[in-house]
Design a binder for this molecule. Sequence first.
Ligand SMILES: NC(=O)c1ccc[n+]([C@@H]2O[C@H](COP(=O)([O-])OP(=O)(O)OC[C@H]3O[C@@H](n4cnc5c(N)ncnc54)[C@H](O)[C@@H]3O)[C@@H](O)[C@H]2O)c1
Length: 359
Amino acid sequence: MMAMKVGVIGAGSISEFHLKAYMNNPDVELYAICDLNEERAKEKAAKYGIKFVHTNYEEMLQDPELEAVSVCTWNNTHAPISIAALNAGKHVLSEKPLCKTVDEALRVEEAVKKSNKVFQIGYVRRYEPSTNVLKSFIDSGDLGEIYYAKASYIRRLGNPGGWFADKERSGGGPLIDLGVHIIDICWYLMGKPKVKSVSGNVYQKLGNRSNIQNLSFYKAADYDPNVNTVEDMANALVRFENGASIFVDVSFTAHAKKDEISLKLYGDKGGAEVDPNLVIMSEKHDTILNTEPQVDPISADYAVPFQNEINHFIECCKTGNRPISPIEDGVEMMKILCGIYESSEKKSEIHFNTEPQPV
Ligand SMILES: NC(=O)c1ccc[n+]([C@@H]2O[C@H](COP(=O)([O-])OP(=O)(O)OC[C@H]3O[C@@H](n4cnc5c(N)ncnc54)[C@H](O)[C@@H]3O)[C@@H](O)[C@H]2O)c1
């Protein structure tokens, strides 16, 4: 079988993980690359032996030989690029978040349905080996009914600046950037219950703290300490129709003692901690057991989940199978994220009931 011709749109930091993974997949030919910044695109083309370099994605999508694309651009361009690619008959793997608004999410969903092409959302944490191990325990009933999850992604200093700090291009701060990963993974492992309501608080209290000395953090290429229009911190309680709930808090900066990432699931037969290491809690013979499945920790090698994500995408393109992170899951997550921003603004809970509410 001929190798699939793949293009990557957006040649910044995350594209490196996509490009490497495509390069390692024997069924792929890295065929085209596109970035507004021509130098950046040319560098990647030289590094990965890519034939075609573009600065305009619409021009790139006109090539009938091109079969699939990864969308690795700023969040505000995910929806228009994904829709244009689907309309041009290409399979699409879009980075998270799906987009900035629920309206946009529904438009991408419509384009997916019309196109009959594969659309996969880059919820890379679903492709972690430890996630798959835990999912197999959950699917076998070891946790029973999961009724509560608690997820935290706290950076004491870590607003990346650049487009991440520009609400127009990012759609928001730590909630849409970090919250999307940890809410999604809880929701996925809980069996994707239907969201009923959200109550959230978003804070813009500390700014980007570019004044802090002697502590380093990741900065976007276009970092400018004077630009920051996103929240520093957010928290939320998400309720589901089956009665389950998630409590989440995230920050780009906060007066916290240290950075912290933790993810906990509570079921009626057992519990689990996913971060920082996988532990499964249970009860046997009137004794509580903490079991530590031996799996590489999350941060051991970021290349592994990206390789799994991209291999899965290519497999779906070849077989027509539905990806494990389909468009519907992107739409549901945009409802949750936008609901949290709206709840904070209105200072009240947001309900998603389709049935008419009593007045
Ligand atoms: N899955 C993960 O864990 C993860 C991690 C980091 C970033 N991301 C996501 O990846 C995306 C990119 O993030 P990044 O860190 O690589 O940012 P980046 O700033 O390093 O790179 C983005 C690139 O996109 C280009 N670009 C923007 N609009 C474009 C357009 N219309 N056409 C062509 N090129 C365009 C920019 O010029 C830039 O080179 C974001 O959506 C981010 O949320 C995901």
